[in-house]
Ligand binder design. Structure first.
Ligand SMILES: C[S@@+](CC[C@H](N)C(=O)[O-])C[C@H]1O[C@@H](n2cnc3c(N)ncnc32)[C@H](O)[C@@H]1O
Length: 421
């Protein structure tokens, strides 16, 4: 009998070992089980499994627990290939086959949107990653306590778990961790974090030292002197999409999974294509302008709204470089700029994880265009915004696409097409 079973209800405590049945998957890659009237969210369990788990946190209506032994394994369970899985905070789903990961994300998406009260949902199109491993071209690595070590924040707590390799980052990038960690460890003051971006087709590594980027030059020189490897720079690098080059600075957002970019952008182009020629389209939260240029290429008169001045400047540069001088770039917050814009045929929305500011979804509900394309990296924010736009507002959700930009983790992208009724 588990220690918790002898106590009155409600006395579950952290550290208790409990036997649980996992029935489904919830957001954040956690299995769902029930005990003593509580939902228990399970790390590293799969639907259909019976496990023993150690309770880590207890709240009034729910608790968290880590799987320590599997008594009845799901056919979808696989051995996590990464030695840091469970200790490192980066991945949550390595114990599931890739097909089961996709299915878990699909059910999380449908459940979140059902909870938003949207009625009948379109069947989500599923776009798996081009490669479920080695897909990240950018990563943030923290300096560990041991000299020369770089790693990620632990799953539990705030310590750094030093790593030698990370199986979801490009090998060319992680091969540089040794000499960069050594060089960063010598600097005074020591940087806390290195932001690494692989560019130039995998031949160059852009390095930013945080919180003092001015230490970047000394870091790059010291690492380069320490041995052969990729060409290192602390200034900028270049990524490409469909034959076009895009300049990247560390301060500017880039999509980390370059291999799955077309699966994210091209459906938006395809869905909007009939409406684009000669029409005004606003690309809100436009970043470097990669998607904006695709929309302009299809004949739309594109206005990009982007609040980060570095990204907005790069977007302007890219439009000029690639022959779209008429593309307009406004450097401002969407919540301020969108209501100032004239009527548009469509607005593309690609906000950060927090989703749309209430002023943005509210304004769209009142005065938005006939068509919206919404790209979301956080399903809970998407559900909240779709509730405003569709349940309370006049839009109808017409197409839904799940793009798995982040295999092995619980994160995914969703692309939605909305029409004004
Ligand atoms: C998820 S990224 C998408 C960028 C771009 N669409 C892409 O695919 O690379 C969100 C972008 O919105 C910008 N951003 C964040 N908050 C903003 C705001 N309130 N108004 C305008 N842009 C914002 C960020 O700087 C970032 O470039």
């Amino acid at each position: 009998m588990s220690p918790a079973e002898g106590r009155p209800q409600g006395e579950l405590r952290p550290g208790d070992l409990v036997r649980l049945s996992c029935t489904s998957m919830a957001h954040r890659g956690l299995g769902v089980s029930r005990l003593q009237g509580r939902v228990v969210f399970l790390f590293a369990a799969a639907p259909g499994e019976e496990v023993t788990a150690r309770v880590t946190k207890v709240r009034r209506h729910y608790a968290f627990a880590d799987t320590v032994e599997v008594h009845r394994a799901s056919p979808e369970r696989v051995e996590p290939p990464c030695p840091y899985f469970g200790r490192c905070g980066g991945c949550q789903l390595q114990h599931l086959s890739y097909g089961a990961q996709l299915e878990a994300k699909r059910s999380v998406l449908l459940e979140a949107l059902a909870g938003a009260g949207l009625g009948r949902l379109p069947e989500p199109e599923l776009a798996p990653a081009a490669d479920p491993w080695r897909y990240r071209w950018r990563g943030e690595f923290h300096l560990g306590p041991a000299a020369g070590s770089l790693g990620f924040t632990a799953r539990a707590g705030y310590q750094v778990v030093p790593i030698e390799d990370c199986l979801i980052h490009q090998r060319a990038l992680t091969a540089e961790l040794g000499r960069l960690g050594e060089a960063a460890g010598q600097l005074r003051p020591r940087p806390q974090t290195l932001l690494l971006t692989l560019g130039q087709g995998g031949e160059q590594l852009l390095v930013q030292a945080r919180p003092r980027p001015e230490a970047g030059q000394a870091l790059v020189s010291a690492a380069q002197a320490a041995g052969a490897g990729l060409q290192l720079t602390d200034e900028s690098t270049q990524l490409s999409y469909r034959g076009r080059q895009f300049r990247v600075f560390p301060e500017a957002f880039v999509q980390v999974n370059q291999g799955t970019l077309a699966a994210l952008y091209e459906p938006v182009v395809e869905w909007l294509r009939p409406e684009l020629p000669g029409e005004s389209v606003i690309d809100a939260y436009g970043g470097l302008g990669v998607l904006s240029l695709r929309l302009a290429e299809e004949g739309a008169r594109v206005t990009v709204i982007e609040s980060n001045p570095v990204s907005a400047r790069l977007c302007r540069l890219h439009a000029d470089m690639h022959g779209f001088p008429e593309l307009e770039v406004v450097c401002a917050p969407v919540e301020e700029e969108l209501p100032r814009q004239g009527p548009a045929r469509a607005v593309v929305l690609d906000p950060p994880r927090a989703g749309l500011a209430p002023q943005v979804s509210g304004w769209l509900g009142l005065a938005g265009p006939p068509t919206l394309a919404y790209l979301s990296c956080e399903v809970s924010a998407l559900a909240r915004d779709l509730r405003t736009l569709c349940r309370l507002g006049p839009y109808r959700l017409e197409r839904l696409r799940l793009v798995d930009m982040f295999p092995q983790t619980y994160h995914f992208e969703t692309v939605c097409l909305l029409r004004r009724s």
